[in-house]
Design a binder for this molecule. Structure first.
Ligand SMILES: Nc1ncnc2c1ncn2[C@@H]1O[C@H](COP(=O)(O)OP(=O)(O)O)[C@@H](O)[C@H]1O
Ligand SMILES: [Mg+2]
Ligand SMILES: [Zn+2]
Length: 510
C-alpha cells in the first residue's frame, strides 16, 4: 500500500515542501530510503524503525520503500523522522490515507518514540501558510515559535503514538495560539542596561543618538576603559521597538540556526552581536556546505559590535563591505543558493593606537608614528568610508565619573529617536528604504539639499580632509538625520557642520 505525508526541508532561511511517500510491498524485509537523502536523513532510518517498534506498533516485515520528493534537491535535517514514520504507519493501514494531507509534519524521533525539537520551524510555518496547508504538527518545544505565523493550526506533539491517535481520529490536539502582545512585550529592551549607566561622554552619547536615529554605522575611537563597549551595548536600548514584522524576520533567522533557546534570547531586545576578532569570514557573513546565516544576519534589525576592529582579519573586514551596503548577503554553494537579510547597524570600536593612549592629555603614548599608521592602515579606506559617524571617546574625567548628576535614561533618548524615525518613515513611504542611512545617491540628491553656504562648507571639508565621494554622501545623510532630530525640514549649516565633525577618523592620521 502507498501513503504520503508532507514535510519541509531548509534552504537558507526558506523552507520548501518535501513529499514523503512510503510504499509497502511483499518481499524480503528491507527498508530503503531514496531521493538524494543526506547522511542525516539516512540515519533517520534507524531512529524511525526503533521509534515505531518502541511506540507499540510493529515495523512492517515487508519491503518498505520511502521516497523523498523532489528528488533532485538536497534535503537535510532530522525533522523528516516524524513524517517518514507516519507515512510508513499510514501505508501499513494504521491511519486513513488522506488524514495527513492538510498538515505539514516535522520532528526528530528519539528511539523510544518521543518527539524532539528541530531547527527551522518558523520558515516551515511560513511555507505551510503560503502553500495553503491547514496546519502543522511540530514538536511541543517549537510550537510557540511556529504559532507566530497567523492563520494556521499549530498542533504541538510530544510522541509518535499521539500523532497516530490524532490522525486515526482517536484523540484531538489543542492548537497553540500566538501571543502577539506578549511577544512584543518580551522584545522590549531589557532593563539591566540603560544609557544612564554611562557617566559623562555627552559627545559620544550624542553620536550614539544620531546613529540610532538614522540607522548609521558608527565607529568609536578611544583609550581602553573609556566606555566604548558600555556605550555600544546600550545602543539597542535606544533603538525603536521592533515591529511585529521585524520580530518575525529576526525570529526566522534564529529559528534556522538554533531553535528555541537562542531565539528566546534574541527576543529580549533587538539583536546585539559581538563576535570575537578571531571569527572566520564564513562565521561573520554566513557559509557552510548547507549555507547557514552568519553573525551579520543574526544582527539583522539590531547591532553588530566589532570591538578592536583592527584586530579582525583583513579578509573578514573585506567580505563585510558588500553586505554592509546591500543589507543582504548571497551565499552560493554547489547547486544551492541562499540569501540572508542583514540590515544591521555596525558599531566598531578601536584604540587610537597600538598602546591605546595616543591623543590623551599628558601624552603617555609610547607608539611611533609608523606604528600608529600601520595600525590604522589595517582598516581599509572603503570600510572607513562606510562608517558614517566616527567619534572620539576620550577617558572620562574622574569628576564626571563620580558626579551625582543622573544622566538621561534610554527611554527618553529613544522617544527622540522614534520621532526622527517617524519623519523618515514619511519621507520614504513610497520606497523600500526605512532610514536615512540606507539612502542611495538618487535619494541623497532629492532629500539632502543644502544651501550655498552649506555647499561651500562641504567643499572646504572635502578638500581639507580629502574626503571621497562616499564620505561626502555620508556627511549629507548624517546631516539629514541631525535635521530630523531637530524637526527641521531643511538641512541648515549647523546640521552640516556637526555632521562634518563626525568624520574624525579621516583627519586623525597626522
Ligand atoms: N563613562 C563611564 N561611566 C561609567 N562607567 C564607566 C564609564 N567609562 C568606563 N566605565 C567603567 O569602566 C569599565 C570599562 O569600560 P568599557 O566600556 O569596557 O571600556 P572600553 O570598551 O572603552 O575599553 C566599564 O565596565 C565601567 O565600569
Ligand atoms: Mg571595550
Ligand atoms: Zn600609543
Amino acid at each position: 500500500m502507498l501513503a504520503k505525508t508532507s514535510s519541509c526541508s531548509l534552504n537558507g532561511i526558506d523552507a520548501f515542501v518535501v513529499d514523503v511517500e512510503a510504499d509497502i510491498s511483499l518481499g524480503l524485509p528491507v527498508f530503503q530510503m531514496v531521493g538524494l537523502a543526506e547522511a542525516s536523513v539516512r540515519e533517520s532510518k534507524e531512529r524511525v524503525r526503533a521509534a515505531v517498534n518502541n511506540s507499540g506498533y510493529s515495523f512492517p516485515m515487508d519491503r518498505v520503500v520511502v521516497n523523498l520528493a523532489p528528488a533532485d534537491v538536497q534535503k537535510g535535517g532530522s525533522g523528516l523522522d516524524l513524517p517518514v514514520a507516519v507515512a510508513i504507519l499510514a501505508a501499513s493501514g494504521l491511519i486513513p490515507a488522506d488524514a495527513t494531507r492538510p498538515y505539514l509534519l516535522s520532528g526528530e524521533l528519539s528511539l523510544d518514540g518521543r518527539i524532539k525539537p528541530v531547527r527551522g520551524v518558523l520558515p516551515l510555518a511560513l511555507t505551510a501558510r503560503d502553500k495553503g496547508f491547514k496546519g502543522l504538527l511540530v514538536p511541543k518545544e517549537n510550537a510557540e515559535e511556529a504559532a507566530l505565523v497567523d492563520g494556521l493550526d499549530v498542533l504541538p506533539v510530544t510522541c509518535l503514538s499521539q500523532v497516530v491517535d490524532f490522525f486515526a481520529g482517536h484523540a484531538s490536539i489543542v492548537p497553540c495560539t500566538r501571543d502577539a502582545e506578549g511577544m512584543q512585550n518580551a522584545f522590549f529592551p531589557g532593563a539591566d542596561k540603560d544609557l544612564s549607566d554611562v557617566q559623562g561622554q555627552a559627545h559620544a552619547k550624542r553620536a550614539l543618538e544620531i546613529a540610532a536615529a538614522g540607522g548609521h554605522h558608527l565607529m568609536m575611537t578611544g583609550p581602553p576603559g573609556s566606555g566604548k563597549s558600555m556605550l555600544a551595548r546600550r545602543l539597542a536600548t535606544i533603538l525603536p521597538v521592533l515591529s511585529f514584522d521585524e520580530i518575525l524576520e529576526v525570529a526566522r533567522i534564529y529559528s534556522v540556526v538554533g531553535g528555541l533557546e537562542t531565539w528566546k534570547k534574541a527576543s529580549a531586545s533587538r539583536p546585539f552581536r559581538a563576535p570575537h576578532h578571531t571569527i572566520s569570514d564564513a562565521g561573520l557573513v554566513g557559509g557552510g556546505a548547507r549555507p547557514m546565516p552568519g553573525e551579520i544576519s543574526l544582527a539583522h534589525h539590531g547591532v553588530l559590535f566589532m570591538d578592536e576592529l583592527p584586530e579582525f582579519k583583513k579578509n573578514v573586514l573585506e567580505v563585510l563591505r558588500q553586505p554592509l551596503e546591500d543589507g543582504r548577503v548571497t551565499i552560493a554553494r554547489a547547486g544551492i543558493k541562499a540569501v540572508f537579510p542583514c540590515q544591521f547597524m555596525l558599531v566598531a570600536a578601536m584604540n587610537p593606537c597600538p598602546c591605546g593612549y595616543f591623543s590623551e592629555p599628558g601624552n603617555t603614548c609610547t607608539c611611533s608614528r609608523t606604528q600608529i599608521q600601520a595600525y590604522r592602515a589595517k582598516i581599509s579606506g572603503p570600510l572607513v568610508d562606510r562608517l558614517d559617524i566616527q567619534v572620539a571617546v576620550p577617558r572620562v574625567e574622574f569628576a564626571e565619573l563620580v558626579s551625582p548628576k543622573k544622566a538621561e535614561n534610554s527611554l527618553l533618548v529613544r522617544s527622540r529617536v522614534e520621532k526622527a524615525r517617524q519623519l523618515q518613515a514619511q519621507r520614504f513611504a513610497a520606497t523600500a528604504i526605512f532610514c536615512n542611512a540606507r539612502m542611495g545617491s538618487q535619494d541623497i540628491r532629492q532629500c539632502c539639499g543644502v544651501d550655498k553656504g552649506g555647499r561651500h562648507l562641504l567643499a572646504q571639508a572635502a578638500d581639507a580632509l580629502m574626503l571621497s565621494a562616499r564620505a561626502c554622501h555620508s556627511i549629507l545623510k548624517v546631516a539629514r538625520t541631525i535635521a530630523d532630530l531637530d524637526n527641521a525640514s531643511d538641512i541648515r549649516t549647523g546640521h552640516l557642520a556637526e555632521a562634518i565633525q563626525y568624520r574624525g577618523f579621516d583627519r586623525k592620521t597626522d
